[in-house]
Write a protein that binds this ligand. Structure first.
Ligand code: ATP
Ligand code: MG
Ligand code: MG
Ligand code: MG
Length: 476
């Protein structure tokens, strides 16, 4: 099931990258840099705020973003989006969660965004249409904001039944990042976990039968410090889908805690709080259930935040983390009767769930390259005819084609008693450094998620394949 989960997360990234030309961007750390309006990253869009507001440095890589996809680590505890009180009481709000998202910065708008979301959910993931409801912004008279009838029409054209397209007001369908910042009307997709009846009245209620899974925001305004709305220079799309909620849907679970993102943690909690292992007739079972959820949630938040450099402390984000830690301690000692030191014993399980797969996946990717590279190195060594320096061009080619780090290559040939021809290698590197500005002049930039210089992203958003040095030269 873990493989399935990873596969499904990747499916979203692949869908937007390969089918719809989006660029994959890594998650930002949970503590926002240079944005005093936020304690924690609360949505995938945070790192792109300067693009929405038009304040992005035109020389930066970000200024070139048109279509982007990512999976962002988010914390909603404190600030405008504070879910701390709901955590443990319900089964779908976490303090830490991952948000899958896709963006258009002045590129596609409402129609394409809705069509792509629908295609991914009902096509790629195979979610039955009769389990889905959509909501749209119904307008706000006092603020002079009109209803978003355009989006209603789009859903009708996609084929959603009229009784499943529901208008809501500012609270649910006008998304705002914080007290100030980018905002706009949104349309959301909700999932009915039960099925077989009309539950339109449960959309945006507290019922866990119908849960919001995906929000598509049409960024059109900036909320200013005086509370007014300023129209933005371009229309953009910003979407966010909770990974844990999506996985619950795909694994047929009513609760996020019953998915394989959480079940190993529940087992670990049971191990460290033996008092309740296999015990029946506990005085207040619901209290125990809630404690399990709170502890599982909080230990994830604590682990991720500390790994990102936020420690429990006395002010700001640190104070929030201290608060989360103390809640976890309270629930584990008073409700689950754990002994001191139990909480930290859960950390390896969090690491297992959130980090080990990434390492395994990357290892698998490199293992085949390593094998291929080893063959090339051995063959080259055999054909050196008595020379004691390894050709720089071969090393450079292994670096470009198979993603070998240069220092690793040096080590690998030195182990065979051969020196690297550093001069030749440096000249290959130098050439690329010289070539770089000229390529930029042609409107070609580099992605950092792919092996260096193997592909580049043209201004039209398409990848240009640059197989090797020769092609770079040919391009010039
Ligand atoms: P809700 O109404 O359930 O509180 P939201 O409207 O506050 O969600 P958005 O700001 O629209 O959420 O965020 C986009 C998506 O992120 C949501 O549709 C949901 O899938 C997910 N999400 C939001 N908050 C949480 C949370 N606390 N825990 C897990 N997933 C969340
Ligand atoms: Mg919310
Ligand atoms: Mg909502
Ligand atoms: Mg929402």
């Amino acid at each position: 099931p873990r493989e399935l989960l990873l596969h499904r997360r990747l499916l979203e990234i692949k869908f937007f990258k390969e089918r719809h030309g989006h660029r994959v961007v890594p998650s930002a750390p949970v503590r926002p840099r240079g944005d005093p309006s936020l304690l924690f990253v609360n949505a995938g869009m945070n790192q792109f705020k300067p693009i929405f507001l038009g304040t992005v440095d035109p020389r930066s890589e970000m200024a070139r973003y048109r279509r982007v996809v990512n999976s962002q680590k988010c914390v909603r505890a404190g600030g405008k989006h504070n879910d701390l009180d709901d955590v443990g009481r319900d089964v779908y709000h976490h303090t830490f969660f991952e948000m899958l998202g896709n963006w258009s910065f002045g590129d596609y708008f409402k129609e394409e965004a809705c069509a792509m979301a629908w295609q991914l959910l009902t096509g790629s993931y195979g979610i039955p249409r009769d389990r889905l409801y959509v909501s749209y912004f119904g307008g706000d008279r006092t603020l002079g904001l009109e209803a978003d009838e355009e989006t209603r029409e789009i859903w009708l054209n996609i084929g959603v039944q009229p009784n499943r397209i529901l208008p809501f007001g500012m609270k649910d369908n006008f998304w705002e990042m914080g007290e100030t910042g980018p905002c706009g009307p949104c349309t959301e997709i909700h999932y009915d976990h039960v099925g077989g009846r009309d539950v339109a009245h449960l959309v945006n209620s507290d019922s866990s039968d119908v849960v919001e899974i995906w929000n598509l925001v049409f960024m059109q305004y900036s909320r200013e410090a005086d509370g007014s709305l300023r129209a933005l220079h371009q229309h953009s799309v910003d979407t966010g889908m909770g990974l844990e909620r999506l996985v619950a849907v795909l694994q047929g679970k009513r609760s996020n805690y019953d998915t394989d993102l959480f079940t190993p943690l529940f087992s670990a909690i049971q191990q460290v709080c033996p008092e309740y292992r296999g015990q029946t007739g506990v005085a207040d079972k619901s209290k125990v259930d809630m404690a399990y959820r709170v502890i599982a949630d909080h230990i994830r938040a604590l682990t991720v935040c500390i790994a990102d450099g936020v420690y429990p402390g006395m002010s700001g984000a640190q104070l929030v983390l201290r608060h989360i830690l103390r809640r976890a301690v309270r629930f584990s000692t008073e409700v689950l009767k754990s002994t001191p030191g139990s909480l930290s014993k859960l950390v390896p399980t969090v690491v297992h769930i959130l980090i080990m797969d990434i390492i395994n996946d990357n290892e698998a990717q490199f293992l085949s390259s390593l094998k291929q590279g080893r063959r090339v190195i051995d063959r080259t060594l055999q054909n050196m005819n008595g020379s004691t320096v390894f050709p720089g061009s071969v090393a450079w080619s292994l670096h470009c084609h198979l993603g070998f780090p240069l220092d690793l290559l040096r080590l690998m040939v030195e182990e065979k008693g051969v020196a690297m021809d550093t001069e030749a290698l440096d000249s290959c590197v130098d050439l690329d450094v010289k070539v770089l500005p000229e390529l930029q002049g042609l409107g070609i930039t580099y992605t950092n998620d792919l092996p260096k210089y193997q592909y580049s992203l043209g201004q039209d958003g398409r990848y240009v394949f640059l197989p090797c040095h020769a092609t770079i030269q040919a391009l010039i």
